[in-house]
Design a protein around this ligand. Structure first.
Ligand code: NDP
Length: 311
C-alpha cells in the first residue's frame, strides 16, 4: 500500500494553498481533486475580490493558476474521490483512505478541504441562468448588480446579511421568505426590517426565473393566497444554506448539527491526531476564497509541525 506524508482531500482554494505550502516544505503532498475539481469558484464567472488580481480574474483561471503553482513545487494532483476514511487514534500513526471505492492508500497527515455546497432551489430556470443572474454569494457577485434591482431567497442569517450587503449597492432588494418569520438573529431581523430599500415578501415561493440572455424578472407565488406576481430583477441570489461535504467523516470527527467540522480554535486541528480541516468545510461564517486559502496555509503548517515530531 502507498504511504505518504500528507494527503489533501479537495481542490478548492483551501486545498491548493495547503498544497503550495506543503510542497514547498518538501512534504511531497498528494491531492485528490474530488467531484468538482477547483471547487465552488469554478461555478462563478468573475472573481473581483481575490487579492492580487487588480482587474479581477475568471474563477476557472484562478483555480488553474493555483493548481499550476501547487504543481510547480511538486504536488501530485490526482483525479479521484476519497470515498472512505479510517482515521488512526495513535499519534504518528497512519490514516487509511479509500480512493474511488477501490484502492487504499495511507498517510500520516490528512488535510480535509472538501468544502461546502451551496443549496439551490432546484428550478430548471435557475440552472439555465447560473452565472448569468443567478448567484449563491452576494459578497462575491453583488457588485456586478450595482444600481440594479435584485431578489434574494431565504430567511436565515446568510440571507439577512446578504440582503443588507446588497441594499448598499442596489436601489431595491426583494427578500423572498417562505414562512411568516425570519430565522435570522434578532439583530439581523431588525436591520432588515428597518432598511427602507429592502422589501420582505412573506409566505412567498419562487416559481420561475424569466429572461433571455440573463435574468430579467422573478415569478413568485404567495403560499397563503395563491396569488402570483412577477418582480423585475436582474440578479437572483439564493441564500438557503450550504451543505458541508463531510458525510464520509461522520462518526470519526466532531461536527456541528449541520455537519461542519469542528477544529481547535486558532488552528486547523480536528480531534484525530494528524487530521486537519481547512476552508469552507470548517467555516460556516466567512466562506470566502481568501479565508479558505488562509486556513489552507494554516493546515499545511500544522501538518508540517505535526510530522516534525515523528521524523
Ligand atoms: P439557515 O439554514 O439558517 O437558513 C436557511 C433559510 O433558507 C431559512 O430561512 C429557510 O427557511 C430558507 N430555506 C431553506 N430552503 C428553502 C427553500 N427550498 N425555499 C425557500 N427558502 C428556503 O442557513 P444560513 O446559511 O442562513 O445559516 C447557516 C448557519 O450559519 C446558521 O446557523 C447561521 O446562524 C450561521 N450564520 C452566521 C453568520 C454570522 O454569525 N455572522 C452569518 C451567516 C450564517 P425556513 O426558515 O422556512 O426553514
Amino acid at each position: 500500500m502507498e504511504q505518504h506524508n500528507l494527503v489533501i482531500i479537495g481542490s478548492g482554494p483551501a486545498g491548493y494553498t495547503a498544497a503550495i505550502y506543503a510542497a514547498r516544505a518538501d512534504l511531497k503532498p498528494i491531492m485528490y481533486v474530488g467531484l468538482q475539481p477547483g471547487g465552488q469558484l469554478t461555478t462563478t464567472t468573475e472573481v473581483d475580490n481575490f487579492p492580487g488580481y487588480p482587474q479581477g480574474v475568471d474563477g476557472n483561471q484562478l483555480m488553474e493558476d493555483l493548481k499550476n503553482q501547487a504543481e510547480r513545487f511538486g504536488t501530485d494532483v490526482r483525479w479521484g474521490m476519497i470515498t472512505q476514511v479510517e482515521f488512526s487514534d495513535t499519534p504518528g500513526g497512519f490514516h487509511t483512505l479509500t480512493v474511488d471505492e477501490t484502492t487504499q492508500i495511507q498517510a500520516q497527515t490528512v488535510v480535509i478541504a472538501t468544502g461546502a455546497t451551496a443549496k439551490y432551489l432546484g428550478l430548471p430556470s435557475e440552472e439555465k441562468f447560473m452565472g448569468h443572474g443567478v448567484s449563491a454569494c452576494a459578497v462575491c457577485d453583488g457588485f456586478f448588480y450595482k444600481g440594479q434591482e435584485v431578489v434574494i431567497v431565504g430567511g436565515g442569517d446568510t440571507a439577512a446579511e446578504e440582503a443588507s450587503y446588497l441594499a448598499k449597492l442596489c436601489p431595491k432588494v426583494t427578500m423572498l421568505v417562505r414562512k411568516g418569520e425570519l430565522r435570522a438573529s434578532k439583530a439581523m431581523q431588525n436591520r432588515i426590517l428597518s432598511t427602507p430599500n429592502i422589501e420582505v415578501r412573506w409566505h412567498t415561493e419562487t416559481l420561475e426565473l424569466l429572461g433571455n440572455e440573463g435574468v430579467e424578472a422573478v415569478k413568485v407565488r404567495n403560499l397563503q393566497t395563491g396569488v402570483e406576481d412577477v418582480i423585475p430583477a436582474t440578479g437572483f441570489f439564493v441564500a438557503i444554506g450550504h451543505k458541508p461535504n463531510t458525510d464520509i467523516f461522520k462518526g470519526q470527527l466532531d461536527m456541528d448539527e449541520v455537519g461542519y467540522l469542528q477544529v481547535q480554535p486558532g488552528s486547523t486541528k480536528t480531534r484525530k491526531p494528524g487530521v486537519f480541516a481547512a476552508g469552507d468545510v470548517a467555516d460556516k461564517v466567512y466562506r470566502q476564497a481568501i479565508s479558505a486559502a488562509g486556513t489552507g496555509c494554516m493546515s499545511a503548517l500544522d501538518a508540517e509541525r505535526y510530522l516534525a515530531e515523528f521524523h
